[in-house]
Design a protein around this ligand. Structure first.
Ligand SMILES: [Ca+2]
Length: 440
């Protein structure tokens, strides 16, 4: 091989090699001074290479110009591939960094670093690894969600079991008390002097030692809707309640009433815990008392509503239980029946069953970005946030703005309200309970 041919060939090979290494399309001219010093040969490109056409690369060996074989067009293709690879590497780097940020948020500290990008070995293997890690993260988060749901379920069952045990003990005590009462009565019948005649004994009403709720007063013949004193749990002190002795046969213990806006329901945890308002007008009986009443017997719930057009509808739930303060007064609600619609189980996304109690100063709701109690100005078993809220503000007419009034999402026509338009308000609302097995 002649020295000149050898020179341009080796120069061309060197130039192609440095093109690959540079991986840069900003200039197509070889700038390696070392090559120029070694051999005064220049590889130039016309920049107008066509697919299958003549190769634009030329080696100038003044005054000689040599046309390169067409195979040299591969250099440009290789160059493009290098560019593509470089872009892919950058994309991968970026997604790795994003992935790591997400992983850092959701993983235990000990597992950090698994997703750190390693610049020296990026490629298909890393792509697969990222996908693997992504699917692992997805799997972990779905596992976590399942675990949470299971915990919720188990917690609910535990509360129910505690309730059942307590009911067993209480019914045992009740049966003992009933035995003693019958013994006392039979001894009373055996008295020798001033003995009351038999009919008189039989006509006496059965005296309860303890009135656990309004249904016990109904049983002994009380028929006027009034304030009575009840002791749902003998270990706790007694308290006053308002009894509705008229609706559906009577025997109802009233938990909540709204009728004129005279009581402010925008209250904190402490107020909802102990209760507030006036038992003869508007009030919240108090979460501790509601817990004791619903723990003492299996209760049903009745909700009565009336709007300003005089429409009166009701909702009945065949189970109603409120857990204690430690369990954040979690609501347990049964099956619906009635005319007002099942707003407490509105949909999968709006369901008040099994929700904790939230107040403006105690966020136990399922809305992650804020406090529903604060936004809707009340204490309630908020989801994220509501399809019903009977503790909302009392509006005397339709209102605009945040829907923070008394609300029942299945009320006829209520869903037709436009965002920003007028919202319906309610004239009266009432919540009351009665033992499930009570026969008026
Ligand atoms: Ca929240």
């Amino acid at each position: 091989m002649k020295p000149a041919s050898w020179c341009w060939l080796s120069s061309a090979v060197l130039a192609a090699f440095s093109l690959l290494v540079a991986g840069n399309n900003e200039t197509e001219e070889i700038k390696d001074e070392r090559i120029r010093d070694a051999c005064p040969v220049r590889l130039e490109s016309s920049g107008k290479c066509e697919e299958g056409g003549e190769c634009p690369y030329q080696v100038s060996l003044p005054p000689l110009t040599i046309q390169l074989p067409r195979q040299f067009s591969r250099i440009e293709e290789v160059f493009k591939e290098v560019q593509n690879l470089k872009e892919m590497v950058n994309t991968l780097k970026k997604s790795c960094q994003d992935c790591k940020l997400q992983a850092d948020d959701s993983r235990a500290p000990g597992r950090n670093g698994l997703l750190s990008p390693s610049p020296g070995s990026l490629g298909e293997a890393d792509d697969n690894r990222v996908q693997e890690l992504e699917s692992e993260v997805n799997k972990l988060s779905s596992d976590l969600k399942n675990a949470k749901e299971e915990i919720d379920l188990l917690q609910g069952r535990l509360e129910k079991l505690n309730l059942v045990n307590m009911n067993n003990i209480e019914s045992y005590v009740d049966s003992k008390v009933a035995n003693l009462t019958s013994v006392v009565n039979s001894l009373d019948g055996k008295c020798s002097s001033k003995c009351p005649i038999q009919e008189e004994i039989q006509s006496r009403p059965v005296q309860h030692l303890i009135y656990k709720d309004c249904s016990d007063y109904h049983t002994i013949g009380k028929r006027s809707s009034e304030i009575y004193r009840v002791t749902p749990d003998p270990k706790n002190s007694s308290f006053e309640v308002f009894c509705d002795m008229e609706t559906m046969g009577g025997g109802w213990t009233v938990l909540q009433a709204r009728l004129d806006g005279s009581t402010n329901f925008t209250r904190m945890w402490r107020d909802y815990k102990v209760g507030f308002g006036n038992l003869r007008r508007e009030f919240w009986l108090g979460n501790d008392k509601i817990h004791l009443l619903t723990k003492s017997k299996d209760m049903i719930l009745r909700i009565d509503l009336e709007d300003f057009n005089g429409v009166k509808l009701y909702a009945l739930y065949d189970q109603f239980y409120v857990a204690n303060e430690f369990l954040r007064y979690r609501l347990h609600i049964g099956n619906y029946n009635g005319t007002a619609g099942d707003a407490l189980h509105f949909s999968k996304h709006y369901n008040h069953d099994m929700k904790f109690f939230t107040t403006p100063d105690r966020d136990n709701d399922r809305y992650p970005s804020g406090n529903c109690g604060l936004y809707y100005s009340s204490g309630w078993w908020f989801d994220a946030c509501l399809s019903a809220n009977l503790n909302g503000k009392y509006y005397h007419q339709k209102y605009r703005g945040v829907r923070n009034g008394i609300f029942w999402g299945t009320w006829p026509g209520i869903s037709e309200a436009q965002p920003g338009g007028y919202k319906s308000s309610f004239k009266e609302a009432k919540m009351m309970i009665r033992p499930k097995h009570f026969k008026p």
